[in-house]
Write a protein that binds this ligand. Sequence first.
Ligand code: PLP
Length: 386
Amino acid sequence: MSRSDFAGFDSLAIHAGQEFDPATGAVIPPVHFSTTYAQDGIGGLRGGYEYGRSGNPTRTALETQLAAIEGGQHGLSFASGLAAEDALLRSVLKPGDEVLLGNDVYGGTYRLIARVLAPWGVGLRVVDMSDLDQVAAALEERPARMVWVETPSNPLLRITDIAGLARLGHAAGAVVVVDNTFASPALQRPLSLGADVVVHSTTKYLGGHSDVVGGALVMNDDALAEQARFLQFAAGAVSGPLDAWLTTRGIKTLGVRMQRHSENGDAVARFLDAHPGVARVYYPGLESHPGHELAASQMSAFGGIVSLALPDAATARRFAESTRLFTLAESLGGVESLLNYPDAMTHASVRGTELAVPEEVVRLSVGIESRDDLLADLEQALATAG
Ligand code: PLP
């Protein structure tokens, strides 16, 4: 039995793509910074590497690891989540094609389609993906080339039935894409539920330490992977070697981090739910969440993102500016707790659109700090805001 025969999630996260250095036996493969590769005679490539944009061993190691943890055949790594999204969108869509998009996705995804691709003739329709009747009606009215969902969604934590969505999308001839950034493959594997492509902002949980921006695509379809890989090479939004290496290092601890994020997320959600100063809590782990049963069936835990509504926008803003351990900052998924006011921060680009986030909502990315400290910080911030 060799190391590659061990197939548990954490074993794959730690070992997939991590071959010992053949020259030295170094257990951690070196970071390859070289932009070019010596050829043994014209076209005589060692290991297939030619030039840093077309391939790099550190990036290959990450791409192997990404494919393994999502249970897919092909992993592709990019300079950012949006670069990965852009490559996927442009490798699938032609002018006249349409994307059916969840009404609660990352604002930048909406912006990319609505403001960058729409002028090139790509159409966009938005529906509530957590309601499959709405999806079926939209696809019946007009087929879409691509169906794109985030589940749990950002920032309202809506849950979509991935298997049901995949059936509807495939019946309409669409490519079904799941942005798995919030759950990560430690908690949810969309390809196994029928999705065609998984998208990640690896900037978030996969990197896990808020120190590297990156993105990824994982898929099984060979032809689709070839198209996306061509665009990765031809447009060039690849991840650099050090970024790829940092992401690989982060992924090795993804399983244990997600466990702790989920435990802390659950504790924070229940604390807020019982607090008189909080109007509403959005967390799929709460039994009162409308998607709770579904989330429990397609996720192994509920993750570390908790959103809450305060009684009004002014209180939400005061609360957002009153925490001490939770840092007021964009992004999510790092070991440290962050707080985001979507209306003016991550989702400012969708203000006034059908994706606008209510002004009284605050999103927490619950880190892996000591639970009592997290709760004490929220308690004092609520007292200050209220
Ligand atoms: N998808 C989700 C769910 C996100 O939250 C983000 C960024 O916040 C992105 C995609 C875009 O990723 P990046 O910022 O790495 O380009």
